[in-house]
Design a protein around this ligand. Structure first.
Ligand SMILES: *[C@@H]1O[C@H](CO)[C@@H](O)[C@H](O)[C@H]1NC(C)=O
Ligand SMILES: *[C@@H]1O[C@H](CO)[C@@H](O)[C@H](O)[C@H]1NC(C)=O
Ligand SMILES: *[C@@H]1O[C@H](CO)[C@@H](O)[C@H](O)[C@H]1NC(C)=O
Ligand SMILES: *[C@@H]1O[C@H](CO)[C@@H](O)[C@H](O)[C@H]1NC(C)=O
Ligand SMILES: *[C@@H]1O[C@H](CO)[C@@H](O)[C@H](O)[C@H]1NC(C)=O
Ligand SMILES: *[C@@H]1O[C@H](CO)[C@@H](O)[C@H](O)[C@H]1NC(C)=O
Ligand SMILES: *[C@@H]1O[C@H](CO)[C@@H](O)[C@H](O)[C@H]1NC(C)=O
Ligand SMILES: *[C@@H]1O[C@H](CO)[C@@H](O)[C@H](O)[C@H]1NC(C)=O
Ligand SMILES: *[C@@H]1O[C@H](CO)[C@@H](O)[C@H](O)[C@H]1NC(C)=O
Ligand SMILES: *[C@@H]1O[C@H](CO)[C@@H](O)[C@H](O)[C@H]1NC(C)=O
Ligand SMILES: *[C@@H]1O[C@H](CO)[C@@H](O)[C@H](O)[C@H]1NC(C)=O
Ligand SMILES: *[C@@H]1O[C@H](CO)[C@@H](O)[C@H](O)[C@H]1NC(C)=O
Length: 436
């Protein structure tokens, strides 16, 4: 009589496990193996799909998630060198397949192409669809990582195809595996930006993968209104921005840029976030005028950062006079964040010279916004031969140089004192006592 009880308990357990899986967003590990049962692709993610299809009453949008029972098809492949690419093909529901095709070069690999084939005759997902055809859509992706590192993206990453948007969450993907498991080292996606610990949720209003990535809205759980800690971000990558006009180059600026914004979230909590400017994803514009030089940085997302350099003709100095920022913060109470200050006096040097600072400089624009500048060397207005002129080092660097000098001096003094003490001691001992 023990058997029926056990038989009943098992489905219940499965159901519980399934529910737990659903609550975790139903992520799954997908593995593609070669003929020797060695894994060449591993992937762990949850995915949501947004599609438009035609019903009798007109077009309809439908969203659905990759179900927990999605399977890797054996049409997946590890690829053949120079002949075919590795691909991960996942099937689910009534004949839908997601196909991730990888490509690599010496240093990096990427999901070069992603295609989604969906069958409109699946009435569970596409109720009252007019057509029962199979449709297919595809797109390139920005999923990319270093060879022998896993791609890691906690944030949502949306891949926009023509009629389908695929949103990945909490993704770990690696192809060209070398030892049958995910590497320890990872390449973070751009969406995670400088603060990868932000919870992953779907930003339905954000479009293509941007950098600096706009923060993704947090789940609507209540939290007390206190400032949230912001994890320490990476140092922004340095880039040489140039602005030229009819008289040649009027701005040469090598620097790494980081934005530090503080804002109120929808639940009234205060949030401080830092965003690195990724020069690879930024449009650079600017203007040369006799009295003004501007630098305009537009990132793929709706972030625009504007610098204006002014000059003092009588003292023959240039300096950073104005910073403007317009950006979108999807989780902010007021998603349009604007800050401007046109009475700055930073990064100042004599005309024809360049201002240089190895130390990080924080320039306050407003109470809620500062720009952190890393490893800056900058010269505005007169730039001879597109090269930096004589260097004027910032105060911070000079102070930093004083420390080793002071320490060195102190050490030298100490050595001297010990030496003198020793000499005196020796003399005394010669005078007073007999040494053995
Ligand atoms: C299987 O392993 C053998 C020996 O390591 C190798 O020669 C062969 O190419 C492998 N086959 C595949 C499909 O990877
Ligand atoms: C479907 O979604 C798109 C954008 O995602 C929107 O422009 C369109 O109006 C939506 N259509 C319907 C019928 O809801
Ligand atoms: C997946 O996509 C690649 C590239 O388009 C293609 O070569 C391959 O045949 C596709 N696999 C399947 C099973 O559709
Ligand atoms: C590999 O591809 C990446 C991204 O497309 C590119 O930045 C890099 O320069 C390439 N490396 C080589 C060695 O071709
Ligand atoms: C759906 O497909 C079946 C065959 O698979 C076909 O007989 C039928 O006419 C199709 N229906 C429509 C509405 O196209
Ligand atoms: C996208 O949808 C429209 C109408 O909904 C359709 O006419 C078009 O063929 C679809 N495109 C693709 C690539 O499926
Ligand atoms: C993200 O995925 C990892 C496994 O890759 C899992 O341990 C973790 O719980 C997931 N986090 C969320 C928030 O789903
Ligand atoms: C950002 O600004 C806040 C004050 O608003 C400050 O406490 C924090 O240290 C700054 N973070 C960085 C990385 O500059
Ligand atoms: C946030 O604060 C405003 C004004 O102080 C108040 O009206 C609003 O209800 C608060 N919202 C939440 C979600 O607490
Ligand atoms: C920008 O691109 C260069 C060369 O393509 C690459 O070396 C660098 O890592 C990229 N920087 C970022 C932040 O992606
Ligand atoms: C370019 O040089 C000419 C002559 O030196 C000067 O008159 C003019 O204002 C300069 N233009 C700019 C944009 O600096
Ligand atoms: C920011 O937006 C304002 C309008 O609200 C506009 O005048 C200004 O030029 C914008 N600044 C930047 C840097 O895009």
């Amino acid at each position: 009589m023990a058997a029926p009880g056990g038989a009943r308990r098992q489905p219940l357990l499965l159901l519980l496990l399934e529910l737990a899986g659903l609550m975790h967003g139903a992520s799954a590990v997908f593995v593609v193996q070669d003929g020797n049962k060695t894994a060449c692709i591993m992937a762990n993610f949850s995915a949501d799909f947004l599609t438009n299809y035609i019903t009798k009453t007109g077009p309809k949008n439908v969203t659905f998630s990759l179900p927990p029972n999605a399977k890797v098809l054996n049409t997946s492949s590890c690829g053949k060198e120079n002949a075919s690419n590795p691909s991960l093909v996942i099937a689910f529901g009534g004949g839908h397949t997601l196909n991730l095709t990888f490509a690599r070069n010496a240093t990096r690999y990427s999901v070069q192409l992603m295609s989604f084939v969906y069958d409109l005759s699946d009435t569970q997902i596409f109720p009252s669809a007019i057509s029962n055809e199979t449709k297919s859509d595809e797109s390139i992706t920005d999923i990319m990582a270093d060879i022998n590192k896993k791609y890691r993206c906690v944030s949502s990453n949306q891949i926009h195809m023509k009629n389908v948007t695929v949103t990945f969450h909490n993704a770990t993907i690696q192809a060209y595996l070398s030892n049958d498991s995910f590497s320890k080292e990872e390449t973070r996606c751009m969406q995670d930006g400088p603060s990868p610990t932000v919870s992953p949720t779907t930003p339905h209003h954000s479009t293509s993968p941007p950098h600096p990535s706009p923060p993704h809205p947090s789940p609507p759980h209540p939290s007390p209104p206190h400032p949230s800690p912001s994890p320490v971000p990476e140092i922004p990558s340095s880039y040489t921005y140039t602005v030229s006009g009819t008289n040649g180059t009027c701005l040469l600026a090598r620097m790494g840029l980081q934005l530090n914004v503080t804002y109120k979230k929808k639940d009234n909590t205060t949030m401080t976030r830092v965003f690195n400017i990724n020069p690879n994803k930024t449009h650079v514009n600017g203007h040369c005028a006799p009295q003004q030089v501007t630098l305009d940085l537009q990132s793929e997302s709706s972030t625009s950062l504007f610098f204006l350099f002014g000059m003092n003709a009588s003292s023959s100095h240039f300096f950073l006079q104005e910073i403007q920022l317009n950006m979108t913060l999807p989780d902010a109470k007021d998603p349009t964040f604007k800050a401007t200050n046109n009475s700055l006096r930073a990064l100042q040097a004599t005309m024809g010279n360049s201002y240089k600072c190895n130390a990080e400089e924080q320039i306050w624009v407003t109470e809620a916004f500062s720009v952190n500048i890393f490893q800056v060397q900058i010269q505005a207005f007169q730039v001879e031969g597109d090269k930096f002129g004589s260097v004027e080092e910032c105060q911070l660097d000079e102070n930093n140089m004083l420390i080793p000098i002071a320490v060195g001096g102190a050490l030298a003094g100490l050595v001297l004192i010990v030496l003198i003490a020793y000499l005196i001691g020796r003399k005394r001992s010669h005078a007073g006592y007999q040494t053995i």
